[in-house]
Structures are given as C-alpha cells and as structure tokens.
Design a protein around this ligand. Structure first.
Ligand code: IPD
Ligand code: CA
Ligand code: CA
Length: 258
C-alpha cells in the first residue's frame, strides 16, 4: 500500500508542478472569499482516487474536494490533493500532495510529496519516518526561546472566534522565531524532519493532518489538541511538536484560549 501511495503522490505532485500558471477556473468554497479551489485541485484528486480505487475498489475515501466515498471498509484513504492552494495560485513553490491511510479509524500510513523540492516524506506505523528514503527524527530543542515554530491561519480569520492572532502574538514573544508557510501538511512534516520544533493551528481538517500525523509520530514527535490531550484526525485545534517543548507550547496556548 505504501508503494502505491508513493507512486500516486509522485504522479499527482508532478501534475501540480506542471500546472503552475495554467489555472483556468477559480471558485469560492462555502461562500468564503479566501477559501478557493481550482480545477487543478479537483484533477489532482481524481488522479489519486482513480488509481487507488483501481487497486482497492472496496476501500473508503475521505478527500477534500469530493468528500466521503463510503463502502464501510476497515481501510480509509484521507487525501488532500493540493495542500497550499493559495501558494499554488500565486506561483509560490510551497505546496504538496498529502495521502494518509486509516485502518479501523487509526492513521497508519502517510505520504506527503513536495514536487518543487522533490521531497517525499513517508511513514508506516512502527517502521519509522523517512525523507527521500533516509530516516528522519524530530529536533532535540528543549526550550521555546531556541525553537523555530510554524503556524497557519484559517480562511475564516475574520469570523473565527479562536484567537488565532493572539496565539501568534504570544508565541512571537516566547519563541526564537515563528514562520507561516501556507501548507499545514508540510508544516507537520518539517517538524518530523527537525526543521521546525513545533506547529499549531486553530482550524484544520482531516486531510490536512492524517499523513502528517503518522510521519511526525514515527519521527518521534507528538500531536495533541491545545490542552495536550490526545487528538484524532478530526480535532480542529492541533498542536504538533518534538515532544520536548510540548508542555511549554500548551502553556502558551492556554493563555490565548478564548
Ligand atoms: C490550507 C493550508 C494552510 C492552512 C489552512 C489549510 P489548502 O489547506 O494547509 O496552510 O493554514 O488552514 O486549509 O486549502 O491549501 O488545502
Ligand atoms: Ca489543506
Ligand atoms: Ca487542499
């Protein structure tokens, strides 16, 4: 299954890369001005689902653009065909394909492919995490003042009552630096690879996190909700770290909770 997920992620990623600058249709989602989708997001999703369905016709799918395809299988693929749509639309080379697999509701496999840097993050439960086939580990940074953190903001930032901006300000005051890349799946993989020490975001969806959760867990990292309690792929407020700074991040988030 991991081999198939890798092949499909590479194919979809190459499709995204060659589609930069060729978008023909942009639509709003849920009537939100900043939440946009292009025909490239949809085509990428079709490439992924078509190939996986061909091999595993009875599996379930949860995919960002086409929703849920349920056959009540133990296996469910959770797919973001283009994470970083706004970057992609602006020709910013920070976007990826994210393919995760759950078995009986447990995330067990993750593949995230960045076609711009040609970086492939992979992990299977119990087998470690890899970047282009080389093992990766989270960082050993143990204080916030030495930590490089990353976050993202919801498209509904104006209406969202979740204090996203306040958390950002609080972490700016405590961390060495805070970045904002625009692709949650890459943010989480970069924690797995030790490039970032921690990541939080107030309003994520299963397709943003499923693959990343397996990858960061297998790289020795931790993911929870903002209180430090175990999270699932449906948890909206997500905190991911190298484990060592997790409690300190929970403390900063507690100060900013609405
Ligand atoms: C978005 C990106 C972004 C995050 C948003 C996501 P999309 O996904 O991951 O970094 O801040 O919350 O919705 O729409 O580009 O797939
Ligand atoms: Ca996404
Ligand atoms: Ca997407």
């Amino acid at each position: 299954m991991i081999q198939l997920a890798i092949e499909v992620a590479l194919e979809a990623g190459e499709f995204l890369k060659k589609s930069v600058g060729k978008i023909q249709h942009i639509e709003q989602k849920y009537g939100q001005e900043r939440n946009l989708v292009t025909e490239i997001d949809r085509e990428s999703e079709q490439i992924i689902i078509r190939r996986i369905k061909k091999r595993y016709p009875d599996h379930d799918f949860l995919a960002e653009e086409s929703g849920s395809h349920e056959k009540k299988s133990d296996y469910r693929w959770v797919i973001d065909p283009l994470d970083g749509t706004l970057n992609f639309m602006h020709g910013m080379p920070i976007f990826c394909v994210s393919i995760g697999l759950e078995v009986k509701g447990e995330p067990v496999l993750g593949v995230v492919y960045d076609p711009n840097l040609n970086e492939l993050f992979t992990a299977e439960q119990g087998k470690g995490a890899f970047l282009n086939k080389k093992p990766i580990r989270v960082s050993s940074t143990s204080t916030l003042i030495e930590s490089m953190l990353v976050t993202g903001f919801p498209y509904t930032i104006r209406e969202n009552p979740d204090n996203a901006v306040q958390h950002f300000v609080n972490f700016l005051m405590e961390a060495q630096a805070v970045r904002r890349l625009g692709s949650a799946a890459l943010d989480i993989c970069y924690v797995a690879a030790g490039r970032f020490d921690g990541f939080w975001e107030v309003s994520l969806s299963p397709w943003d996190v499923t693959a990343g959760f397996v990858i960061v867990r297998e790289a020795g990292g931790t993911y929870t909700d903002f209180h430090g309690h175990p999270s699932t792929i449906s948890t909206k407020r997500v905190l991911v770290s190298n484990g060592l700074i997790h409690e300190a991040m929970v403390e900063v988030l507690r100060r900013g909770l609405p």
